[in-house]
Design a protein around this ligand. Structure first.
Ligand code: PBG
Length: 336
């Protein structure tokens, strides 16, 4: 058996030879993971000296501006590429007006981070769900007796919000509301306000996912009625729909593309990577993906560090160059 020549390769070919030495394993490893690939999501709220633990996301906090400054400095010193900011306003209203107010919570947060950690890329999430009393991602309208987000009236508001983020000093705006035409509307608004240079990362293929559960707790942004299925994508939709979303966003002027969530959607990440090879691709390792591991690790059922690194490596291997992850600081320390 051992000596019979075989067309299938064995015994001449033994793939384990590449695995015996740690140095050789590292040499033939093609996927890398570094803090420079990562963006850390942060939640900011009004107040002073607040570091309010988020129960459903152990290790994550709602931060007041002073605490945000500390967090931003730490992220910068760990070599993390950037932060994405989510605001929890003092007051929510029907229009989500804090989101486009120049003294709104996120606008203040942008200034604080720019000042505390000038080397960090400051990304803003452009959406309404954290700011509206109803928790939906835009302006409501009634259709056939049912309340839903009105697409086109929301576009103008998104433009307004993005421009106020730009005025505050954001480096990259990231619309996440899945409105048709949102990228074009924001691009138009930014350009007309003098921000032609400001890049835009679109949450292009964003699925209506139960993996966002802990985030809605963290950002206090759960919809007060219904769900987001009339705007976020159906998890069972064929991959072609994601490609259409990406293509449209690129035509409207998106500079970077995001797929979200990440782990249950690695096929989508791969499809986007293969179909749009030159486009910078991000994936959002969302709250549920984080909290599941945290809960299992707290029970001693999994090893958090090994599992988190494996998951993030898989997202990179699928084709995402950028990962938004709540583990960003841990990864930086683990890899040191
Ligand atoms: C919308 C937004 C959401 C997330 C990022 N941006 C929530 C939603 O669509 O309900 C979820 C991120 C996560 O789960 O970590 N502003």
């Amino acid at each position: 058996m051992l000596h019979s020549p075989s067309e299938s390769g064995f015994p001449n070919t033994r793939l384990r030879r590449l695995r015996y030495h740690a140095g050789l394993r590292a040499l033939v490893r093609e996927t890398t993971l570094s803090p420079a690939n990562l963006i850390l999501p942060l939640f900011v709220r009004p107040g002073k000296n607040i570091r309010q633990p988020i129960a459903s996301m152990p290790g994550q906090f709602q931060l007041s501006l002073d605490q945000l400054a500390i967090e931003a400095k730490e992220a910068q010193s760990l070599g993390i590429a950037g932060v994405i900011l989510f605001g929890i306003p003092a007051e929510k209203d029907v229009a989500g007006s804090d989101s486009y107010c120049d003294t709104g919570i996120v606008q203040q947060a942008v200034k604080v981070v720019k000042e505390a950690a000038p080397g960090l890329l400051v990304v803003t999430d452009v959406c309404f769900c954290e700011y509206t009393s109803h928790g939906h991602c835009g302006v409501l309208e009634e259709r056939n007796g049912v309340q839903d987000v009105a697409n086109d009236p929301t576009l103008e508001m998104l433009g307004k919000q993005a421009v106020s983020h730009a005025r505050a000093g954001a480096d990259l705006v990231a619309p996440s509301g899945m409105m048709d035409g949102m990228v074009g509307a924001i691009r138009y608004a930014l350009d007309h306000a003098g921000f032609t240079h400001l890049p835009l990362m679109s949450y292009a293929a964003k699925y209506s996912s139960a993996f966002y559960g802990p985030f809605r707790d963290a950002a206090e942004s759960a919809p007060q009625f219904g769900d987001r299925r009339t705007y976020q994508m159906d998890p069972a939709a064929a991959a072609g729909q994601a490609l259409r979303e990406v293509e449209l966003d690129l035509r409207e002027g998106a500079d970077l593309i995001m797929v979200k969530p990440a782990l249950a959607y690695l096929d989508i990440i791969r499809d986007v990577r293969e179909n749009f090879p030159g486009v910078p691709l991000a994936a959002y390792n969302v709250s549920g993906e984080y909290s599941l591991v945290k809960a299992a690790a707290a029970n001693g059922w999994v090893d958090e560090r090994t599992l988190a690194l494996e998951m993030l490596t898989a997202i990179r291997r699928a084709g995402a160059s950028i990962i938004l992850t709540y583990w960003a600081k841990d990864v930086a320390r683990w890899l040191q």
